[in-house]
Design a protein around this ligand. Structure first.
Ligand code: UT7
Length: 341
């Protein structure tokens, strides 16, 4: 890459709805059971946003608020807000506009980015570009998805997988040697039919038929996606390690998208990483689409140290996938000592 400035993550925030949906709950709704879900996915429970009339922007704004508080800055210092989501509050306006208004980020522009489970990774790279080019000094990048709004709770193949959450980061110019160093990003539209939501867009606008045919729900050919996800994620992770001369011993943490623990295990094996160096929280939240990766960063923030070498890897609908290599830019300090204002 070699830009003048690099972009670093300087704060992490999150929002999780309180309502828990356990494997036991699901086994009372569809023909499934705790043992199957744990063995095949690693998931034990997920969070669901049940409040009437609240959508993705509600969660994203709360994650954004936590980021501002942790970094000790005010909303009007934000230059841009990128929301990665496949479950926007509405087709338009963009969820980023609603988040901007709720935060009171009076000097920000922003937009939504649609890349399914790779949404945060793509948004992180897009936001980093704004910092590297000097067009922005502070960019909020938030992954937020209310997957329960597009999940068919009579379909056991998909309803056990997904949960709702938001999490995100603040990007700022990095001191020398820190921040986002390299990325391998890919899309392959030939795979679109394996993981999609057919209804509600311009090709099949909402009609009684689209509702009757369940076209407003996630469709996934799980087996087909599993195969390409393992290969896709492992290939880009290996490529990013090779071209940055990283061995398994160098990487402090793999931060993988959390779709299936078996996919994550396979990627970690290919990278030569023990499970102690893999951020794994799928058991508690399920697949929260664009939120999984920043949610991991949030859960592990206390253990991250300045200079840690981190590889982020994702795979999702589109197909979209990729990996980024970054050097973490701060060590966690107790709240009153951190960052300052
Ligand atoms: O995040 C974006 C990218 N998405 C992914 O990476 C997801 C990739 N795919 C997967 O993670 C897995 O394919 C799933 C977790 C979705 C499914 O696991 P699987 O091991 O691939 O199962 P399968 O689809 O091959 O189904 C095996 C059996 C089938 O029964 P038969 O046909 O063998 O009799 C399914 O009907 O398991 C059955 N099954 C279930 N049984 C109990 C499917 N879902 C369930 C369920 N409970 N919830």
């Amino acid at each position: 890459m070699g830009p003048e400035a690099r972009a670093a993550i300087t704060a992490v925030g999150h929002y999780l709805p309180e309502t828990r949906l356990t494997n036991q709950d699901l086994s009372e709704m569809v023909d499934t059971n705790d043992a199957w879900i744990r063995a095949r996915t690693g998931i034990e429970e997920r969070r669901i946003l049940t409040d009437e009339g609240k959508g993705t922007s509600y969660m994203a704004a709360r994650a954004g608020q936590e980021i501002l508080e942790k970094r000790g800055i005010s909303a009007d210092e934000i230059d841009a807000i990128i929301i990665a989501t496949v479950t926007p509050d509405m087709a338009f306006p963009a969820t980023s506009c609603l988040v901007q208004a709720e935060l009171g980020a009076s000097n920000a522009w922003g937009f939504d980015l649609s890349a399914a489970c790779s949404g945060f990774l793509f948004a992180l790279n897009t936001g980093a570009g704004l910092i590297e080019s000097g067009r922005a000094a502070k960019v909020l990048v938030i992954g937020s998805d209310k997957m329960s709004s597009i999940t068919d709770y009579t379909d056991r193949k998909t309803c056990v997988l997904f949960g709702d959450a938001a999490a995100g980061v603040l990007l700022e110019a990095a001191p020398d040697g820190y921040g986002l160093i390299d990325s391998v990003l890919r899309v392959d539209g030939d795979g679109w039919e394996s993981l999609c939501m057919l209804g509600g867009g311009s090709r099949h606008p909402a009609t009684h038929d689209t509702v009757d045919n369940k076209m407003h729900y996630i469709y996934q050919d799980g087996r087909a996606v599993f195969k390409v996800a393992v290969k896709g994620m492992a290939d880009v992770a290996a490529e990013i390690m090779e071209r940055n001369q990283l061995t398994g011993d160098d990487v402090r943490y793999l931060v993988p998208h959390q779709a299936n623990q078996r996919i994550i295990d396979a990627v970690a094996r290919r990278m030569g990483l023990g499970i102690d160096r893999v951020m794994l929280n799928i058991s508690r939240y399920g697949n929260t689409t664009a939120a999984t990766i920043p949610l991991c960063l949030h859960d592990w923030e206390d253990q991250l140290k300045k200079g840690d070498k981190i590889v982020i890897a994702a795979f999702g609908g589109g197909f979209t996938w990729g990996a980024s290599y970054l050097r973490w830019s701060y060590s966690h300090l107790p709240k009153e000592q951190s960052h300052g204002g």
